[in-house]
Design a protein around this ligand. Structure first.
Ligand code: UGY
Ligand code: MN
Length: 244
């Protein structure tokens, strides 16, 4: 059924709101029994790629030359490296340093948020290691002393890492305490609830399933609306000098 050309998606120079009504599936090299919705990529001006992978039972992700972060949204999957094996369920995440051979195989219909970025090493700093965990076991800390806005660091902001991934959970009515304008770019997927996202000079209603890209310096602010908490997964580049 057509929708008379309407969508909530927008593509501006410094931000993208990508809503499920506008998603188009493709396959990436090496994927089997799987599809990718590529939300964010260098084609839009980002220094990383973010996609949703949809896998049939037995489906696999292809390889990547870059670092890879996985967050399991739905289903179940097995992650095998040369030295470890993990069963991932909703809320599980994994970080694989660049050059880590691994396979990810769906045990049933599975959806994953996938972030990939070429690694920028830092002199005198050891390379990062494989990380696997659960979002609900990560330490939760209030942002700017607001107990209604909790941040969980999944990929820690340590110098070895050139990006961080957090979840942010807002109680109904909670909001960022400032409009942020910063050098870091963001990739964001709304996991639960919804609210209003200010991006640039626009205010957008957003809900679970929406994906947002914010370019460096894109003015940004969020307030949770509704009777349940709003939660998102958010990527940002970190710990590297702007001049490289
Ligand atoms: O970490 C951040 O920059 C985060 N507070 N930004 C955001 O939620 N848009
Ligand atoms: Mn921010």
């Amino acid at each position: 059924m057509h929708n008379l050309g309407h969508t909530r998606s927008v593509n501006h120079r410094d931000h993208l709101l990508h809503t499920p009504d506008a998603f188009v599936r493709t396959t990436l090299p090496g994927m089997e029994r799987a599809a990718a919705i590529v939300h964010i990529s260098p084609a839009i001006g980002a220094a990383f790629t973010q996609y949703t992978a949809e896998l049939e039972p037995g489906g696999t992700l292809g390889p990547t030359y870059a670092q890879r972060f996985l967050y399991l949204l739905e289903g179940a999957a097995d992650l095998a490296t040369e030295v470890s094996f993990h069963s991932l369920t909703p809320g599980s995440f994994a970080y694989l340093p660049q050059g880590t051979p691994h396979t990810l195989t769906a045990q049933r219909s599975t959806r994953l948020a996938v972030i990939e970025k070429p690694y920028e090493p830092l002199e005198h700093t050891p390379s990062p290691e494989v990380l696997v965990g659960r979002e609900d076991s990560a330490l939760s800390t209030p942002l700017n002393d607001d107990p209604d806005l909790q941040v969980r660091a999944l990929v820690p902001a340590s110098p070895a890492h050139d990006f961080a991934v957090n979840t942010m959970t807002y109680q109904p009515g909670a909001a960022l305490s400032q409009v942020e304008v910063h050098i870091m770019e963001h990739g964001l997927v709304m996991l639960e609830g919804g609210g209003i996202y200010r991006l640039g000079n626009n205010w957008y209603p957003v809900t679970a399933g929406d994906v947002i890209w914010m370019a460096p310096y894109c003015p940004q602010w969020f307030a949770a609306i509704g009777k349940r908490p709003a939660k998102y997964l958010i990527y940002k580049d970190a710990n590297r000098h702007p001049l490289g």
